[in-house]
Design a protein around this ligand. Structure first.
Ligand SMILES: C[S@@+](CC[C@H](N)C(=O)[O-])C[C@H]1O[C@@H](n2cnc3c(N)ncnc32)[C@H](O)[C@@H]1O
Length: 261
């Protein structure tokens, strides 16, 4: 089972935080890019586009990219329903260009929250993604990259639970680590969603690999890629600055694109 094949459930599960995420995106666009209207915004690994359609409603030009045809279809259907251009594209965030994204002009801002970057399980894929993101940004354009870092001495059985209710649908989810290969920097996680409606009860269980980064490993990656400067850091509630040390876990890095070497 692939959890992303159930975009309706995914969308409800991540529906609680959109207000603060949209506020942060609006503030970042204004503060770092000096743009208040018609910003050019791109989200790699956009999923259901739960933030993109809201940004489009605010008058911004948005593009999304995702590997999963179900989430791309869901995203475009919602954009269409709101009378907005269907600008989600099926593709891999490891390789993309303005041409692939059907764009002529580069972006003011790229964002990727909720650790989607960790789906890139090799160093090569991560490097390729960061180069592609820098290539589609204007000079000094901003990449807001949120990821969960692995704190030093992390215990092997970490897990998270949360529950959401939407009308008569109630969801309970659990994300837990099944195994961790420290040498290969791959953790295998299990994601379970239990869905209950008045008429049925079902469960979706998916297992997938994520790449792990300590703060130092992420900083070395940025140095190797040499296309971004870190301007600021925020936590997942968009409070700044984050104390960056070996125990830091949730960080949104504000990365400013530098010119190509
Ligand atoms: C945790 S979801 C995040 C979705 C969205 N960014 C959000 O904030 O709700 C991760 C998404 O990454 C997508 N994904 C995973 N690997 C990908 C890849 N190599 N290229 C593009 N999308 C990918 C999945 O299909 C999924 O929709």
């Amino acid at each position: 089972m692939n959890i992303y094949d159930y975009p309706t459930l995914y969308d409800v599960l991540f529906s609680d935080s959109w207000k603060r995420e949209i506020e942060f995106l609006k503030t970042a666009l204004q503060h770092y890019c000096n743009v208040t209207e018609q910003g050019r915004i791109f989200e790699p690994a956009c999923g259901t586009g739960r933030l993109l359609w809201r940004l489009a409603q605010l008058g911004h030009n948005i593009v999304g990219l995702d590997l999963n045809p179900h989430t791309v279809a869901f995203c475009n259907k919602r954009l269409k329903r709101h009378g907005l251009p269907e600008s989600a594209i099926l593709g891999d965030m490891t390789h993309f260009s303005l041409n692939d994204l059907q764009q002529k002009k580069s972006f003011d801002l790229v964002f990727n929250f909720v650790s989607s970057f960790l789906h890139l399980t090799s160093e090569t894929a991560a490097i390729s993604h960061l180069h592609a993101a820098a290539d589609v940004l204007k000079p000094n354009g901003i990449y807001l990259l949120g990821l969960h870092l692995l704190p030093r001495g992390n215990a092997v059985c970490s897990q998270e639970h949360w529950a959401v209710r939407h009308g008569s649908l109630s969801l309970q989810s659990q994300l837990r680590r099944l195994s961790f290969n420290r040498q290969q920097r791959i953790e295998t996680v299990e994601f379970r969603i239990k869905a209950t409606t008045p008429k049925q009860h079902y469960e979706i269980i998916d297992t997938f690999p994520l790449r792990t980064y300590s703060l130092q490993q992420f900083q070395s990656l940025l140095k190797k890629v040499n296309r971004f400067n870190v301007l600021e850091t925020f936590d997942f509630h968009f409070q700044s600055p984050v104390q960056l040390n070996s125990q830091t876990e949730d960080v949104v890095f504000v990365l400013s694109a530098t010119n190509k070497n």
